[in-house]
Design a protein around this ligand. Structure first.
Ligand code: ZN
Length: 403
């Protein structure tokens, strides 16, 4: 089932999952890691967001169990005992359509304003975990408390509690990919919060009003994810492509050093996704999305794409760096796979087969024949959170140097 040919790849030797073939990273950084710290003459040793103090190394032991509201409330209850009132504010910005509270946590008093948003797509659980772990680390490790005088973090750990609750069936048995395929719920266009700003849904209206009060931002980190893919992927808003070379290398290194591949997908501009390199592409934009569906004569779908959170927050001023994390819940590998640059064959192949796979699983029938040797393995939750925290830290470093 796999295409033969180009073997533009090398072998990861310490894979916790399986020996896999990885695309060559674009900047050759593996040959000389030390250079990473001095690229573009941007590195300054007095910056407090230093790589040697990697946030991700302070992650407490986390189980594979996905967190819930109770876990967040426990952390928030702890805030008052650790921080002075001047450094935090927890608020409910409003209630979701099904009357669940949407919480915002504002931490710190620094000049650099940082938005961290999670839960736009209800079947992408890692961002919520990352927000919780980030709060825990900030509250329990002195070496990061200085960040609270440098940054103001505006954190929305879950903007879509209604959607999260609709995904309980597979979340409870995480990480079972078959349960995910059978029970994952995701909002269709027209209900998709990411494309609903400023006022498509009640949640969008609440967020838009809230962001207006706290803008402008220097950074908008939008924590997303994918069900299945061939590795790590980071989306960067097109205004910042050329200025973020160092961050791009840092991201690639963060993925590869955990022996994970990069998701390498050149969509040739489809739906506005501009390819930057393996593991890197631009953030989605509503106008090209609308154009894409218009070109398919699907005017109805075209009409329901509103602004993204990236466009909305950017429109509030400050030219924030907008990043979207896209790590898979389940990594796709195949013993005979020869990756071709820009072509995620395993990913595309699985997407085509998913309706049939789901139909069979719903009838409790075996699916191995359909998979044809494709391996589907969960990425450990801790690894996914580590990479998201790394991205946050690299982005903070970026804003302190460029903000
Ligand atoms: Zn998403």
């Amino acid at each position: 089932m796999c295409p033969k040919g180009d073997s533009n790849s090398y072998t990861a030797r310490r894979s916790p999952l399986k020996r896999v073939r990885l695309p060559i990273p674009p900047f050759g950084h593996l040959r000389n890691l030390k250079k990473l710290f001095y690229l573009n003459n941007h590195y300054t040793p007095i910056c407090i967001v230093m790589t040697k103090e990697r946030l991700s190394r302070f992650i407490p032991d986390i189980s594979e169990k996905l967190s819930d509201d109770g876990d967040l409330i426990k952390i928030l209850d702890h805030l008052g005992g650790v921080l002075p009132k001047s450094l935090y504010n927890v608020q409910t910005i409003g209630m979701s359509e099904n009357a669940h509270p949407i919480k915002a946590i504002i931490l710190g008093s620094g000049n650099y304003k940082v938005s961290i948003l999670s839960g736009s797509h209800s079947d992408e659980p890692v961002g919520y975990e990352t927000c919780l772990v980030f709060l825990k680390i900030l509250l329990s490790h002195e070496q990061f408390k200085g960040w609270l005088s440098q940054f103001t973090f505006v954190i929305l750990p879950d903007i879509n509690p209604d959607g999260r609750l609709k995904n309980e069936l597979w979340r409870k048995v995480w990480p079972d990919w078959k349960a995910y395929v059978k029970h994952a719920f995701r909002e269709p266009p027209g209900r998709d919060l990411e494309f609903g700003y400023p006022d498509m849904r009640l949640e969008n209206k609440l967020l838009s009003q809230f962001y207006k009060k706290h803008a402008p931002f220097h950074l908008h980190l939008n924590l997303h994810g994918m069900g299945f893919s061939e590795g790590g992927l980071l989306l960067i808003d097109r205004r910042h492509i050329s200025k973020t070379k160092r961050l791009q290398e840092q991201f690639i290194n963060a993925v590869l050093e955990r022996s994970l591949p990069l998701h390498d997908h050149d969509r040739k501009g489809e739906k506005g996704f501009t390819y930057i390199g393996p593991g890197l592409t631009t953030t989605p934009e509503s106008e090209p999305m609308r154009e894409f569906f218009k070109s398919q004569n699907d005017l109805e779908t075209a009409a329901i794409f509103h602004e993204t959170s990236m466009a909305y927050i950017s429109g509030l001023g400050g030219e924030p760096l907008c990043l979207v994390t896209e790590l898979p819940l389940f990594l796709l590998t195949h013993a005979a796979y020869k990756h071709q640059p820009g072509q995620p064959y395993l990913y595309k192949s699985l997407r085509q087969k998913l309706p049939d796979i789901k139909a069979r699983l719903m009838q409790n029938k075996p699916v191995e024949e359909l998979l044809d040797g494709l391996q589907i393995q969960p990425i450990p939750l801790k690894t996914a959170v580590e990479i998201q925290l790394d991205i946050l830290q690299f982005a903070l470093e970026y804003v302190t140097m460029n903000g």
